[in-house]
Design a binder for this molecule. Structure first.
Ligand code: FAD
Length: 425
């Protein structure tokens, strides 16, 4: 290799550093919605997606319950609209995997190997991946060898074939019915007693009436068998132990999803099942890091709830960034004066009385004091950063350090007592 080629190779391996306001990890419905809101708030935003933009929603051909789409929509079409809307607001898309993270502190590092994003806030939207059965030989038939998870992607390849669906929830039954448009027979393995299914009643009635669908009750998968491609699924009756071999061309697993949380282990708080814990504002345990959609602990995992999470997190991230900037440029930076940071509630008379005292005080000592007003109703995060939980309070900041705090009624004497001697002298 010539020197020139070597240099070119080294240059191309050099890591790019890019500063953004918000880095969103995952481009499913939750991440895309967060992107739309961040972009519209004029935040410089990147969405990093390692697979298909649109996420798990692209696995379904019929989303019938997303408001505004009376005739339903395919997951691909619906999320393509989300993506177009995000692009309209100048959100950038990077199709790559996130390799590592450093989330503590004001600058969050999201590293994709090639690019190191330095973000003011991070929104985690990594969703979930299909759960496997754990049956014998399962691994051999993944990756296109007969076990599938996405009817939209793989249904057409099953024209006139025999297909098995494992599971009886909404996804299993609705995707199973979609598969009957192509396959000659769809055999559903259901773990429950005859007639009991986890899906909604409408889907249950429709699938029971579908002549192409058959149900094998009280069963789980015991083994997958075949050569290079899957040929037989051996079911096991959970009550009798009987093994039931069924010859199929493909087997679709819809037995739930597990969170894509590998990157966050030991960094973000999660429950025993691995879902990230968040507040109502989608905040995680690290300031400036939010989690949205199926990756977080929640009651209902759907497109509609992911969209709500994305909007909330983006709004919270915007507030967080604005507060961080105010905190650094106004609250902690006092120049050569002393900052009197007043935390108050503008609807409370006692707080307003205190404000009048402080305004008068600032006028009395204009060379020495600067009053910084923080209405906690609008900006609770600043109170949190200053570790103040009562209003009214005055925090005295000098040379970037918190010197002292007065809580409760604010009087001229109390302020005089706490301020440095050069003022009171
Ligand atoms: C078959 C099926 C049918 C469904 N039907 C419906 C329905 O009818 N109605 C409904 O409302 N919902 C339905 N859902 C559920 C819905 O799709 C999900 O609730 C929704 O997609 C969750 O959105 P999300 O953005 O949180 O996560 P996901 O859609 O899972 O998106 C997460 C994205 O993050 C990416 N990612 C993960 N890790 C990384 C990483 N390290 N770096 C970069 N990117 C990463 C993934 O590739 C993925 O694209 C269905 C789901 C399935 C599977």
């Amino acid at each position: 290799m010539s020197r020139r080629e070597r240099n070119r190779g080294e240059r191309s391996r050099e890591k790019k550093v890019e500063q953004v306001d918000v880095a969103i990890i995952g481009g499913g419905p939750a991440g895309l919605t967060a992107g739309i809101y961040c972009g519209r708030a004029r935040l410089n935003t990147v969405i990093i997606e390692k697979g298909q933009v649109g996420g798990l929603a692209t696995y379904t051909n019929d989303i019938a319950n997303y408001p505004g789409f009376v005739e339903g929509a395919s997951g691909i079409d619906l999320t393509r609209q989300f993506q177009e809307q995000a692009k309209k607001f100048n959100v950038k898309f990077k199709l790559t995997d996130v390799k590592s993270l450093q989330l503590e502190g004001p600058v969050k590092i999201v590293d994709t190997g090639r690019t190191r994003y330095e973000a003011k806030a991070v929104i985690v939207a990594t969703g979930g991946k299909p759960r496997l059965t754990g049956a014998k030989n399962e691994e051999s038939f993944l990756s296109g060898n007969g076990i599938a998870f996405c009817a939209t992607c793989d249904a057409a390849a099953n024209q006139d074939k025999t297909v098995m669906v494992v599971g009886s929830g909404d996804a299993a039954i609705e995707e199973g019915m979609f598969l009957t448009r192509f396959a000659s027979k769809v055999i559903v393995s259901v773990i429950h007693d005859e007639g009991i299914m986890d899906c909604n009643e409408i889907a249950k009635a429709e699938c029971m009436a579908n002549p192409k669908m058959e149900f094998i009750w009280n069963t789980v998968v015991d083994e997958f068998k075949g050569g290079d491609l899957l040929e037989t699924v051996v079911l096991k009756n959970v009550k009798t132990g009987e093994l039931i071999p069924i010859d199929v061309d493909s087997c679709f697993l819809f037995i739930g999803y597990i969170p894509n949380n590998e990157l966050f282990k030991g960094i973000l708080d999660m429950n025993e099942k691995g879902y990230l814990l968040t507040s109502e504002k989608m905040e995680t345990n690290i300031d400036g890091v939010f989690a949205v959609g199926d990756i977080r602990e929640k009651f209902l995992r759907q497109v509609a709830t992911s969209v709500g999470d994305g909007a909330t997190a983006a709004f919270a991230a915007e507030k967080y960034i604005a507060e961080e900037e105010t905190f650094n440029s106004q609250v902690m930076d006092s120049g050569d004066k002393t900052n009197l940071v007043y935390l108050y509630d503008a609807t409370d008379q006692c707080c307003l009385d205190g404000l009048a005292v402080l305004e008068k005080f600032e006028k009395e000592f204009p060379e020495l004091c600067k009053l910084v007003r923080v209405d906690v109703y609008k900006s609770n995060g600043l109170a949190k950063r200053l570790s103040v939980d009562t209003v009214p309070s005055v925090v005295l900041v000098k040379d970037g350090q918190i010197e002292s705090v007065i809580e409760g009624d604010i009087t001229r004497d109390k302020i005089l007592e706490m301020i440095p001697s050069e003022i009171s002298a």
